[in-house]
Ligand binder design. Structure first.
Ligand code: SF4
Ligand code: SF4
Length: 433
C-alpha cells in the first residue's frame, strides 16, 4: 500500500511506503499494554494541555491501567516523557519496524507542513529526532527527522491513527489564508486510501483547543474495542466520534432560550444570545455546551464567548471575521425577534401566574402575603387569558379546570397566623390526644 496526499495539496515529496502486511501488529484478543506515540507538527501544544486536563477518563488513569477492562497505556510524548534523545526515539523506531512487543496507536497534534518548502532554504518546519541517530553511525549532526515523515512511516502499522485538534484534523490556523508553509491536515497528508492496521481511516477529534475528555473518551472507546469487549465506536463521514459531534452548539446552548425569544447581546459580556456579536453556534458541530471545557465546567458560551467554529473543517477562514454576525443570522434572528416579541409576552403572563400559589388566587381575590414587596393582583385581561389557557391545558382530561375542591378547602382555611392559635385546632388536638 502506498500512502500519498491528493494532488494539489502540496504533498511532501516522497511517497511513504507502508510496511508489508507481515510487519503489522493487529491485536488479537485482550492485550495488557498499548503504546501511544504522540507526535507534534505545526502546533501550539494546546492539544497536549487539553488532553492532560481531561477528567473523564483521566490520562493518569489510562497510563496507570486502572480502568477496568482497559489495557495499560504507555505514552511516548515529547514533552511528558522522562526519556530523552535516543532512549526516547528508540520505541518509535521499533514501532516503525514492526518490532514493538505490543500494539500501538499514533496521535498527531498540529498540522503537517510541506517540508519541501523549508528544505529549499535548508531548514525544516517540524521535526523530532535526527535522521543520523537512526540511519547512520554518526554520533552527532545529521538531518532532522520530520514528524510528518515519521507519522507516514508509522501510520500503516498503527492500530489506529488519531488526529487531535483542529490543526491536525483540518489544517487549522497554520493552514489559514496567507500561510507560507503549505500546512495541511493529517487526513489530507495520508490520503483517502489510508487505513490503519485495524482498517480504520484517520480518527479526527477537532477543537482549538479540543475538549480533553473528547480525546480520552475516544481513546478509551477504541481500547475497549481492541480488547474485544466494546463495539467499534461510531464515527461520522469525516472520522469524528459521532456521539460527540452530531449536535450543533446552538441546540445545547444555555443562551438558546434568548435566541428563541429574539433577545440578543449587544456587547461581549452581556448574558443574552451572542449571535449578533459573531456567534456561529447554530451551524457548528461541537459538544462543549454539554461537556464543558474541563471537568464539565466552562466552555465558550459559559465564559461569554461566541462560537467561532473552531471544530469545523472551514475554520478559520470560513468563519472570519470573528467579531461580526454571521450573514445567515440576519434572516433567523429577524424571524426570532418578530416571533419572540409575541411569545415573550405570553410567557411572561404564564410566568406571572405560575409564580402564585393556587391558594392566593382562591383567597382574598389574589392578594399575595409577601413581606418582600407588593405583588399585583391579576387584572381582568390576565383572568380572561388564563380562563382560556386553563381550558386548553385541561382539554382532553377528565379533570376540569378550576380545581373546585381544593379552592374550597383553601377558602375554608384561616390565615396561618390566626390558625396557629385557633381554638378549633386546639380542641381537635385535645380530642385526638
Ligand atoms: S450564543 Fe450562539 S450557540 Fe448560544 S444561543 Fe446564541 S447563537 Fe446559539
Ligand atoms: S463552541 Fe465554537 S468556538 Fe467554542 S469550542 Fe465549540 S466550536 Fe470552538
Amino acid at each position: 500500500m502506498t500512502i500519498h496526499a491528493p494532488a494539489g495539496l502540496g504533498a511532501p515529496p516522497d511517497r511513504v511506503q507502508a510496511p508489508e502486511e507481515g510487519r503489522r501488529r493487529v491485536p488479537e484478543g485482550p492485550v495488557k499494554v498499548v503504546h501511544a506515540f504522540w507526535m507534534a507538527g505545526m502546533s501550539c501544544d494546546g492539544c497536549s494541555i487539553a488532553a492532560t486536563g481531561a477528567t473523564n477518563p483521566k490520562v493518569e488513569d489510562l497510563l496507570a491501567g486502572i480502568i477496568p477492562g482497559l489495557p495499560k497505556v504507555v505514552l511516548h510524548h515529547p514533552v511528558l516523557a522522562e526519556e530523552v534523545g535516543e532512549d526516547f526515539i528508540h520505541p518509535f523506531k521499533l514501532a516503525e519496524e514492526g518490532k514493538l512487543d505490543a500494539p500501538y496507536v499514533c496521535i498527531y497534534e498540529g498540522s503537517i507542513a510541506d517540508e519541501r518548502i523549508a528544505a529549499e532554504h535548508g531548514g525544516y518546519f517540524s521535526a523530532m529526532g535526527m535522521q543520523a541517530m537512526e540511519d547512520s553511525d554518526e554520533e552527532e549532526g545529521g538531518t532532522p527527522f520530520s514528524t510528518a515523515e515519521r507519522m507516514g512511516r508509522m501510520a500503516p502499522g498503527a492500530a489506529a491513527v488519531i488526529a487531535i485538534g483542529t490543526c491536525a484534523t483540518w489544517g487549522g490556523i497554520p493552514a489559514a489564508a496567507g500561510n507560507p508553509t503549505g500546512a495541511m491536515s493529517l487526513m489530507d497528508f495520508l490520503g483517502k486510501d489510508y487505513r490503519s492496521a485495524l482498517g480504520l481511516p484517520v480518527i479526527n477529534i477537532p477543537g482549538c483547543a479540543p475538549i480533553g475528555d473528547n480525546f480520552t473518551e475516544t481513546v478509551a472507546a477504541i481500547l475497549l474495542f481492541l480488547q474485544g469487549i466494546g463495539p467499534l465506536p461510531e464515527f461520522d463521514e469525516l472520522g469524528r466520534p459521532a456521539w460527540l459531534f452530531e449536535e450543533t452548539v446552538h441546540r445545547g446552548c444555555t443562551r438558546a432560550g434568548y435566541y428563541e425569544e429574539g433577545i440578543f447581546a449587544e456587547n461581549f459580556g452581556d448574558k443574552e444570545c451572542l449571535v449578533e456579536v459573531g456567534c456561529w453556534g447554530p451551524v457548528v458541530n461541537c459538544n462543549i455546551v454539554s461537556r464543558g471545557a474541563q471537568s464539565h465546567m466552562g466552555g465558550c458560551m459559559a465564559a461569554g464567548g461566541p462560537c467561532i467554529g473552531c471544530t469545523m473543517p472551514g475554520f478559520p477562514d470560513k468563519f472570519a471575521p470573528f467579531y461580526t454576525a454571521p450573514p445567515g443570522s440576519a434572516v433567523s434572528s429577524t424571524a426570532s425577534r418578530t416571533l419572540g416579541f409575541g411569545i415573550r409576552r405570553l410567557r411572561a403572563l404564564s410566568n406571572h401566574d405560575r409564580n402564585r400559589e393556587v391558594r392566593w388566587d382562591a383567597v382574598a381575590g389574589g392578594e399575595v402575603p409577601s413581606g418582600w414587596g407588593e405583588i399585583e393582583k391579576p387584572g381582568l385581561l390576565d383572568k380572561t387569558m388564563h380562563f382560556f389557557y386553563e381550558k386548553l391545558q385541561f382539554s382532553g382530561n377528565k379533570r376540569k379546570p378550576g380545581r373546585d375542591d381544593s379552592r374550597k378547602y383553601f377558602a375554608d382555611m384561616p390565615p396561618r397566623a390566626e390558625g396557629m392559635q385557633a381554638p378549633r385546632d386546639a380542641d381537635e388536638t385535645a380530642e385526638r390526644g
